[in-house]
Unconditional design. Structure first.
Length: 281
DNA sequence: AATAAGGACAACCGCTCCTAA
DNA sequence: TTTAGGAGCGGTTGTCCTTAT
């Protein structure tokens, strides 16, 4: 049985499988550098590799391709991954486009290990959530009204033109109607990405610059593994056009919002972009 | 010191999408 | 318009290494 055989052995069709040897890498590298990428099934034959085209492509894309970054995912990259995953879900290749030097495989692996961690936190989160909800219910009505007032004022500040925040970049304000429509979509997306969160707790703080946290995962989960802050919502259309418009998707705030937009260019300082966008958490 | 658990990484598999004939 | 082959994508699994017990 092929499936029962280990790696590094020949398959029935004669293709070699398993880890690549330095010699194979050298052959593939030389061939692709000379002929360019593509026609992977030809590569396998012409380069003298006893590998399937798929295997060659994968090896090139994930390991041999020039410009690949090595080493751990940085907190910056981590933040981008979390953000984009909240928007797109498991669209690893799409996410990878915004992380120069990182492959979809790498990001996928990264997410998996972190997702496992998150699953372990679930029980703890549930407990903490219950505590917070209880505290909320017990909060005096007057205090809640004051909080709402404060939130509305913050919204006004955020909705002001942001020429200073996004100089030279496309600004795209969305209407209340659009915001609401988007909210519905995004809430679904976010709910599926963060199933343990309450509707009014979707949030992503930009605390990285404050030095109080070690990573974006720390921010997202907080001390008790509970997500804190505000989650940003990236607009797909603008992502594809290189500029990402951001609309805030706090549930109550979204109903009134004229969302702020800030630009994102791949490889740029992402957290700074948020922070400079006039959004202070 | 031994071993179990977990993390990181590499690679394969099956499916879908794209494109050229 | 259809179809077949190639390419790409996401899910899954295997292996190695490190850390905790």
């Amino acid at each position: 049985m092929v499936a029962m055989m280990g790696w590094g052995v020949a398959e029935q069709q004669g293709w070699r499988k398993g880890p690549w040897t330095p010699e194979e890498d050298k052959l593939l590298n030389a061939y692709v550098n000379f002929h360019g990428e593509g026609r992977w099934s030809c590569v396998a034959k012409c380069a003298g590799l006893n590998r399937s085209g798929k295997s060659c492509r994968l090896r090139w894309v994930n390991y041999l391709r020039p410009g690949l970054k090595r080493g751990h995912i940085t907190p910056q990259e981590e933040g981008i991954i979390i953000e984009l995953h909240a928007l797109w879900g498991n669209k690893w290749s799409t996410i990878a486009r915004y992380l120069p030097g990182r492959t979809d495989n790498e990001i996928k692996n990264f997410w998996r290990t972190h997702f496992k961690k998150k699953e372990k936190c679930t029980l703890k989160q549930e407990k903490r959530k219950a505590q917070i909800l209880l505290a909320k219910q017990q909060q005096p009505q007057e205090q809640q009204q004051q909080q709402q007032l404060q939130e509305d004022q913050n919204l006004k500040i955020r909705a002001t033109p942001q020429s200073e925040a996004s100089q030279g970049d496309n600004i795209n304000m969305i209407t209340d109607h659009e915001a609401q429509a988007r909210q519905e979509n995004n809430m679904d997306l976010i709910s599926s990405s963060y199933p343990n969160l309450e509707g009014d707790q979707y949030c992503l703080p930009a605390l990285m610059n404050q030095g109080s946290v070690g990573s974006w995962a720390d921010i997202l989960l907080g001390d008790e593994g509970l997500y804190m802050g505000r989650l940003w919502n990236l607009d797909d259309e603008h992502v594809n056009g290189r500029n990402i418009s951001l609309s805030q998707c706090n549930k109550s705030a979204m109903q009134n919002q004229a969302a702020a937009v800030t630009a994102f260019s791949s490889g740029g300082d992402y957290s700074n972009t948020f922070y400079n966008g006039g959004y202070i958490f």
